[in-house]
Design a protein around this ligand. Structure first.
Ligand SMILES: [Zn+2]
Length: 311
C-alpha cells in the first residue's frame, strides 16, 4: 500500500501535466494576441481540430511520433517538454513545501515563469497577460505566505502600528514583496537604459522589467538580488560561450573549405564571431526566469552561505 504522500505526488504530477498542456496554448496564442479559452486547439498547419484523444499530455505526442494525425506536419518537442517540466516542477514544489499555501503560491509562480521562459525563447516576448497578473498574485500571496523580514529594517514604523503582531508580520511580508518588485523592476530598467546608451540598441525591454517586478513580488528583496546577479552571470557565460563556439567552427571551416592559413582563418572567424555576438539577442527573460526557479529551491541556502562569508 503506497503512502499518502506518494499518491498525492502522483495526482499533483497529473495535474501539472494538464496545466502544462494549457500553458502550451498560452505560449502559442498570447504572443499572437489570441484568446487562450476558445476556439479549441487545432493543428497550426492544416487547422484540423485536435481531438481529446490526441491531446493527452506527453503521451499523444509520443504515440503520434511528434506529427499531426491529419497532415503529418512535425509538432515541436516543446509541447511535451513544457508539460513534463510543469508536472515535475509541481511535484518538486509539493515535496519541498508540503501541504501548505506555499506549495500553491510556488506552483502558480512556476506556471507563470515556465510560460514566460518558453514564450521569450520562441518569440522574444514576455506577454503582459502573464506578468501583470503575476505581479498582483505575488503581492497578494505575500499576505499569507511568509516572504522575508528584511522590510522590518526598512520600514521599522510598521512594528509601531496599533495592530496585532500577526497583522504586522503580514505587513512586513507584503512590504518585502513590494520592495522586491520595485527593486527588480528598477534594476532591470536601469540596466536597460545603460545598455541602450552603451550599445545603441535595446538589450532589455519592458517585458523584462515587468518579469522582474513579478519575481520580486513573489520572492522578496534578497532573492531578487540573487536572481539578478546569477541571471546576469548565466546570460554572459551563454553569450561568450556562443561566441567561442561560432569562432571555433568558422575557423575550422575557413581552414578546411577555404584553405586559408590558420592565422588568417582565426582572425577572420573572430571578426565574424564578434559580429554574430553583437547582433545576437540574448533572451534575457529565459535566464531571469530560470534563475528565479532555482532561487525558489536553493535561494535561501545560497543567501545564508553568502551572508556567512562576510560575518
Ligand atoms: Zn495538421
Amino acid at each position: 500500500m503506497p503512502d499518502l504522500t506518494f499518491i498525492v505526488a502522483v495526482i499533483v504530477f497529473l495535474f501539472g501535466l494538464c496545466l502544462g498542456s494549457f500553458l502550451n496554448v498560452c505560449i502559442y496564442r498570447l504572443p499572437l494576441g489570441q484568446s487562450v479559452v476558445s476556439p479549441r486547439s487545432a493543428c497550426p498547419n492544416c487547422k484540423a481540430p485536435i481531438s481529446a484523444w490526441d491531446n493527452i499530455p506527453v503521451l499523444s505526442w509520443l504515440l503520434l511520433r511528434a506529427r499531426c494525425r491529419h497532415c503529418g506536419v512535425h509538432i515541436s518537442a516543446r509541447y511535451a517538454v513544457v508539460e513534463l517540466l510543469a508536472a515535475l516542477l509541481f511535484v518538486a514544489m509539493f515535496l519541498t513545501f508540503g501541504w501548505s499555501l506555499a506549495t500553491l503560491k510556488f506552483c502558480v509562480f512556476g506556471f507563470l515563469i515556465l510560460g514566460l521562459i518558453f514564450t521569450d525563447a520562441e518569440t522574444h516576448l514576455l506577454p503582459d497577460k502573464l506578468t501583470l497578473p503575476g505581479i498582483a498574485l505575488g503581492l497578494l500571496f505575500s499576505f499569507f505566505v511568509p516572504v522575508d523580514t528584511l522590510a522590518a529594517r526598512v520600514f521599522p514604523f510598521i512594528a509601531e502600528l496599533p495592530v496585532s503582531s500577526d497583522i504586522s508580520a503580514r505587513l512586513f511580508w507584503f512590504s518585502d514583496a513590494l520592495l522586491g518588485a520595485a527593486l527588480g523592476a528598477s534594476f532591470i530598467y536601469g540596466a536597460g537604459v545603460i545598455y541602450l546608451r552603451a550599445r545603441g540598441r535595446e538589450g532589455m525591454g519592458f517585458g523584462d522589467v515587468k518579469l522582474m517586478a513579478m519575481v520580486g513580488a513573489f520572492l522578496g528583496v534578497k532573492a531578487t538580488v540573487l536572481v539578478i546577479f546569477s541571471a546576469s552571470l548565466a546570460g554572459s557565460l551563454f553569450g561568450v560561450g556562443t561566441m567561442l563556439i561560432v569562432w571555433l567552427k568558422r575557423t575550422r571551416r575557413r581552414m578546411q573549405v577555404a584553405k586559408e592559413p590558420a592565422n588568417v582563418a582565426r582572425k577572420r572567424a573572430w571578426e565574424s564571431a564578434v559580429l554574430v555576438y553583437r547582433n545576437f539577442q540574448v533572451p534575457f527573460g529565459v535566464f531571469l526566469g530560470s534563475m528565479a526557479l532555482v532561487a525558489v529551491f536553493f535561494g535561501e541556502r545560497v543567501i545564508q552561505w553568502y551572508l556567512g562569508l562576510y560575518q
